[in-house]
Design a protein around this ligand. Structure first.
Ligand code: UT7
Length: 364
């Protein structure tokens, strides 16, 4: 894809816009999602943490979330979501698999090759992308780049996270928010402007703030220190309040940047699908953009914050329940550790969502 200069207006720290060549645009051809069947309610968390149902609902908007149980790994979620997306696009083969995840099955190797093999796609390039909760948009850009440059005609883009495997179960600041799930899309080569064609795509990062969201131990930095990890350093840590502020600012700025690049005003957006970080973050971003609650897609109440999986899971569920329709002009935005963020525009195509079961609030 061609790197275009930043448009005037939103500011230099928003990120970088990627533009596909007009003759060969990445087009959304399928969507899928999956959550593990086990549901954890706020009452379940109240039973073991110093928190309350009222605090969790009012501060995060979450009532229930789906979690993996021992024996289920990220690849299991990714395979289910990938299968749904392939069924949705009526594809049995693609040219590449890109998997966004913060919870790979192992530190080495990447999880994507195993997912590709289990989907019967063995032999194609398959690799992981790490951008935490912005992972789906980064993987989407990577898949889109493969198509725009002719490296691939069809790409399966999956985002899957089993965040509950790295969250400290005793940390009420993260344990009440994060949950598990996977979402996927198929991208195909098409032409700019057709329904499903990616419009604007903005990505950015700020590594000066990498400490806000981190898993301290397990990587080369901790080994290089020569010191043994201290208790709890294998867990995911988040400075909640600071992260909250940056999430609102970065998703708003990236969205405005993508809108400006697409030539859309906020009033042109029919549906807004933001990373389901926290209902109050979503409300603040929507308000700043001037996109009212009626145009906001949301499933955080029943799935929580599923990390990178959040956006494709939301798209799959919204397409299945009819809240996202063919022809809707859609704005996507995400923010996560790194810091990393992004935003994208597209017009939702005529799609048959995968036939799989959708998130539920029932306790199994
Ligand atoms: O996914 C992408 C990256 N992540 C995000 O975007 C998430 C960003 N952050 C958040 O969503 C919010 O900051 C949290 C949900 C993590 C926390 O909500 P908050 O409204 O920012 O709370 P806070 O951290 O400012 O804490 C307010 C109070 C504190 O008590 P004091 O010091 O005022 O007495 C906390 O100790 O709430 C307390 N608190 C809790 N109380 C009950 C923090 N967590 C809980 C809890 N239950 N689970």
């Amino acid at each position: 894809m061609n790197g275009a200069p930043l448009p005037a207006g939103p500011g230099p720290r928003t990120g970088r816009v990627f533009t596909a060549p007009a003759g060969r645009a990445p087009v959304l051809a399928g969507v899928g999602g999956h959550v593990p069947p086990t549901v954890v309610t706020n009452a379940d968390l109240v039973a073991r943490l110093d928190t309350s149902d009222d605090w969790i609902r009012t501060r995060t908007g979450i009532a229930t979330r789906h979690v993996v149980t021992p024996g289920t790994a990220t690849s299991d979620l990714a395979v289910e979501a990938g299968l749904q997306a392939l069924k949705s696009s009526h594809d049995s083969q693609v040219d590449a698999v890109v998997l966004a995840t913060t919870t790979p099955d192992h530190p080495c190797p990447a999880t994507a090759p195993a997912v590709a093999a289990r989907l019967g796609l063995g032999g194609v390039p398959a690799f992981d992308v790490a951008a935490v909760c912005a992972g789906f948009l980064y993987a989407l850009a990577t898949g889109a780049g493969h198509i725009a440059t002719g490296l691939a005609d069809r790409v399966l883009v999956i985002a899957a996270d089993a965040f509950t495997t790295i969250v400290d179960p005793d940390d009420r600041g993260t344990a009440v928010i994060f949950a598990d799930g996977a979402g996927a899309v198929v991208l195909r080569a098409g032409t700019a402007g057709e329904p499903g064609a990616l419009g604007s795509l903005v990505l950015g990062s700020d590594g000066e703030l990498s400490d806000l969201i981190t898993v301290p131990a397990g990587g080369s930095r901790q080994r290089a220190s020569g010191l043994a990890p201290r208790p709890g350093e294998e867990y995911f840590r988040m400075a909640g309040r600071a992260t909250y502020r940056h999430a609102v600012e970065r998703m708003t700025a990236a969205s405005l940047h993508a809108l400006a690049d697409a030539g859309w005003r906020p009033g042109d957006v029919d549906r807004f699908a933001a990373h389901q970080a926290n209902a109050r973050i979503l409300a603040a971003v929507s308000e700043r953009l001037g996109i009212g609650p009626a145009r906001q897609l949301s499933n955080i109440e029943h799935v929580g914050n599923t990390g990178g999986a959040s956006i494709p899971l939301l798209l799959d569920q919204s397409a299945a329940d009819g809240s996202l329709k063919a022809g809707d002009r859609l704005l996507l935005t995400a923010f996560g550790g790194g810091l990393s963020w992004g935003a994208a525009t597209l017009t939702w195509p005529e799609l048959q969502p995968g036939p799989g079961p959708r998130p539920t609030s029932r306790t199994t």
